[in-house]
Design a protein around this ligand. Structure first.
Ligand code: AMP
Length: 208
């Protein structure tokens, strides 16, 4: 049996379609309150977990593999193998703020973000001194109320920024769901895991 941890929400909705197209029949992820779901064949089990926890289940070996956004991988840097990206739920990590905001040389800026490490890394690379305030969500509020100069957050359609009078100032990295696995699973469940990887890659149009 292969156990797959999937980030519940945007990723799980689309992963469900991909898994179904690959012939893995699960009850609807959106309609159930169950957190552990078996497929019809009994060969696969899905754990529906918080996005930020997905890699933890794989890293600790509780799950053999997982599907998680690159945002989580970049923020938490888990000890897992990142095998391939999937062509859905794509978005970007961006720096956003009020239109016209410009960094002034050597002047410290304040950023609000749920992705503190990504934000710190980005401004360090740009050699911009920065204080990052950790917020768990609705970060768009911070620059509106002058709590921060900018935010570092995920932008998909740009609607949330627009409705809050903010604009993308810089793109930091592209985000897509990533298929991850661990050393133990690659060793002990190699055959079953490669079968799954093969069908998912084919379904995702990554290999023919
Ligand atoms: P949008 O208005 O479509 O640009 O979406 C931006 C809002 O949705 C922000 O508050 C983001 O934090 C959140 N968001 C968008 N895409 C994702 C994603 N793939 N994972 C987590 N949060 C997301």
């Amino acid at each position: 049996m292969i156990r797959l941890a999937i980030a519940k929400g945007r990723i799980s909705s689309e992963a469900e379609t991909l898994l179904a197209q690959a012939g893995l029949e699960f009850p609807s992820f959106d309609d159930t309150r169950k957190l552990i779901i078996s497929d019809k064949s009994g060969l696969y089990e899905v754990l529906l977990v918080k996005p930020a926890d997905t890699a933890v289940y794989v890293e600790t070996g509780v799950a053999d593999c997982g599907i998680v956004g690159r945002d989580v991988i970049e923020e938490t840097d888990p000890d897992v193998f990142r095998l391939f990206s999937m062509p859905f739920a794509q978005c970007k990590m961006c720096v956003a703020g009020k239109e016209g905001f410009e960094y002034k040389a050597a002047k410290k800026i304040v950023a609000a973000s749920k992705y503190v490490r990504c934000a710190e890394r980005h401004f360090k690379q740009k050699q911009i001194p920065c204080n990052v305030i950790m917020l768990n969500g609705s970060v768009e509020i911070a620059p509106l109320l002058d709590m921060s100069d900018v935010i570092v957050d995920i932008v998909q359609t740009g609607k949330t920024l627009k409705e809050n009078g903010l604009v993308v100032l810089e793109e930091v990295f592209d985000i897509a769901p990533v298929f991850i696995t661990n050393k133990a699973a690659l060793k002990t469940k190699q055959k079953e895991l490669y079968e799954l990887i093969d069908i998912l890659e084919k379904q995702a149009g990554i290999s023919q």
